[in-house]
Design a protein around this ligand. Structure first.
Ligand code: AMP
Ligand code: ZN
Length: 134
């Protein structure tokens, strides 16, 4: 596995993911421990650890895809709003050392309780199949 990095392995297609969007620069796929239904991660295909060691050009590419995927999720799920999270360092809760942006869909006026649960693989697959972008 390149860099011993699980997200590089996902980007290279070496391990499976519930992919929602992919282009030459980024991959977006469902988080397997979602905060809410449709919780999606957007990563660059090139490896860097966090925001601070990521090239500006790459960051620009990621954030434009975050916008594109979030807009799609809003209508495809549908959801009422969404949070963007981006953790840097263990102290901030970063567990995977490959830069990534979380898109967390929000529904109605449910309170902000960021408590994840183990996802059901069958439901995740069905959801990815339903909302995957062409
Ligand atoms: P962070 O805490 O910001 O580093 O977030 C890492 C996220 O990656 C967590 O929400 C995990 O649930 C998620 N995650 C870890 N491994 C995988 C995987 N193989 N496929 C999808 N999501 C993953
Ligand atoms: Zn990586």
């Amino acid at each position: 596995m390149k860099n011993n990095c699980i997200f590089c392995a996902i980007a290279e297609g070496e391990i499976p993911s519930f992919k929602v969007y992919e282009d030459e620069k980024v991959v977006a796929y469902l988080d397997i421990n979602p905060f809410t239904e449709g919780h999606t991660l957007v990563i660059p295909k090139t490896h860097s650890e966090g925001l601070l060691d990521t090239e500006e050009e790459t960051l620009a590419a990621i954030i434009t895809r975050v916008k594109k995927v979030a807009a799609h999720l809003k209508s495809a799920l549908p959801c009422d709003g969404f949070n963007i999270l981006q953790n840097n360092g263990e102290a901030a809760g970063q567990t995977v050392k490959h830069v990534h942006f979380h898109i967390v869909p929000r529904y109605g006026n449910s309170p902000i309780v960021f408590e994840s649960h183990a996802g059901d693989m069958g439901q995740l697959k069905a959801l990815a199949d339903r909302i995957r972008m062409a």
